[in-house]
Ligand binder design. Structure first.
Ligand SMILES: *Cc1c(COP(=O)(O)O)cnc(C)c1O
Length: 383
């Protein structure tokens, strides 16, 4: 049995080494290291995969979020509604642009923004709803879109953890996450479901005008002449080597996501019916692509932390995503939130623990992980 890792990008690479190596060598031989054919090809490959007319690659998932917000023509102090339980970057770019992050609690089953709590947060300054498809599961987009439409708000989807996942609308049609709102963003950080061998990110949109603005902002505010800058932008681009790697890996993404789902099925089966333990919920309106396999240990923080230490001692990898909800992060103190504001986010941050999850997990490894997890958890839980 291979050593167990939280994410195993090297085993994944070895299985398609010939494809990746030749794609990388082609870029090196071409001399087109920034821009060029590899980036254009990846852009088209991803447009086809997502069934969206415009993909704009950029340097990372955080830039993708920043550029998305920059393209909406917002004013300082405009409000962006976003979940309190997510990765820091989602709200960081909001604050960085002098916009105001307005947090909303999450649903205890899906861990995604609780759409029923959004309406109460809408003010005349609200301009954007920014849902996150956390851990690979779609947020509930149909009611969220309805609310946005009713109130004239933009929707920017943070799909950094959910590329390939589909949301199923009440009428039975489905769409890939990130292509549902006005703009979607993703990250190709190596551990993401579609990971580069370095940094990368992208924006998606169906709107030609947004696509043009996003392209311009990513390139120092230039659209026609290279030295005529129409707006203030940033320098955010995907390099050719990463693009070539991503095109090769995109061909396997569906298979990688299926492997994650099969691993989740096996975990679910081995961990069902254990007291004090909740396995991941799968919402009927979407397919979960399991960026993370995240359990809730309902006994709370002390037990959860003791289990984490026990697993560490046995060299079974595990992670706490996320130990502190955003409204209690020191960096967001200026927005005036306090403990108790978002009880579900606070409860989740005390209860969650993520087990190893990636496309290369074998059933032997999963059995080994669960056997050791239970050997650690059960005595702590019953004491
Ligand atoms: C990873 C991630 C980001 C940021 O992506 P980077 O490529 O690391 O900048 C943003 N939002 C979420 C939810 C993420 O998981």
């Amino acid at each position: 049995m291979n050593p167990i890792q939280m994410v195993d990008t090297v085993t994944q690479y070895r299985k398609i080494k010939a494809e990746i190596d030749s794609a990388v060598m082609q870029v090196i031989e071409s001399g087109q290291y920034i821009g060029g054919n590899a980036v254009q090809t990846f852009r088209q490959d991803l447009e086809k995969f997502l069934n969206v007319p415009y993909v704009i690659p950029c340097a990372n998932g955080t830039d993708a979020l920043q550029v998305a917000l920059m393209s909406l023509g917002l004013k300082p102090g405009d409000e962006v509604i976003t979940p309190a339980f997510t990765y820091f970057a989602t709200a960081e770019v909001v604050a960085l642009l002098n916009l105001t992050p307005v947090f909303v609690d999450v649903d205890p089953q899906t861990f995604n923004i609780d759409v029923d709590q959004i309406a109460a947060k809408i003010t005349p300054k609200t301009k954007v709803i920014l849902p996150v498809h956390l851990f690979g599961q779609p947020a509930d987009m149909a009611p969220l879109l309805a609310l946005a439409k009713e109130n004239g708000l933009f929707v920017v989807e943070d799909a950094a953890q959910a590329i390939g996942s589909e949301y199923v609308f009440p009428d039975g049609t489905s769409q890939k996450v990130g292509t549902i709102g006005d703009i979607g963003t993703t990250s190709f950080y190596p551990s993401k479901n579609l990971g580069a061998f370095g940094d990368g990110g992208a924006l998606f949109t169906r709107d030609e005008e947004f696509a043009a603005r996003i392209t311009r902002i990513c390139n120092h505010g230039v659209s026609k002449n290279r030295y005529l800058h129409e707006v203030i932008g940033v320098n955010s681009r995907l390099d050719g080597v990463q693009a070539a790697i991503l095109s090769a890996k995109l061909r396997h993404l569906t298979e990688y996501n299926s492997a994650r789902q099969a691993a989740a099925d096996q975990y679910d089966q081995l961990l069902s019916g254990i007291s004090g333990l909740i396995t991941p919920y799968r919402a009927p309106y979407g397919n979960h692509v399991f960026h993370q396999y995240t359990l809730r240990l309902t006994a709370g923080r002390e037990v959860r932390d003791a289990v984490k230490s026990g697993l560490d001692a046995l060299k079974i990898p595990s992670m706490i995503y996320y130990p502190v909800p955003l409204h209690l992060q020191e960096a967001y103190a200026p927005y005036g939130y306090s403990a108790g504001d978002f009880p579900v986010s606070e409860q989740l941050s005390a209860e969650v623990i993520s087990l190893p999850m990636h496309s290369e997990l074998t059933s032997d490894q999963i059995e080994y992980i669960v056997q050791h997890f239970l050997a650690v958890y059960q005595p702590i839980y019953s004491s």
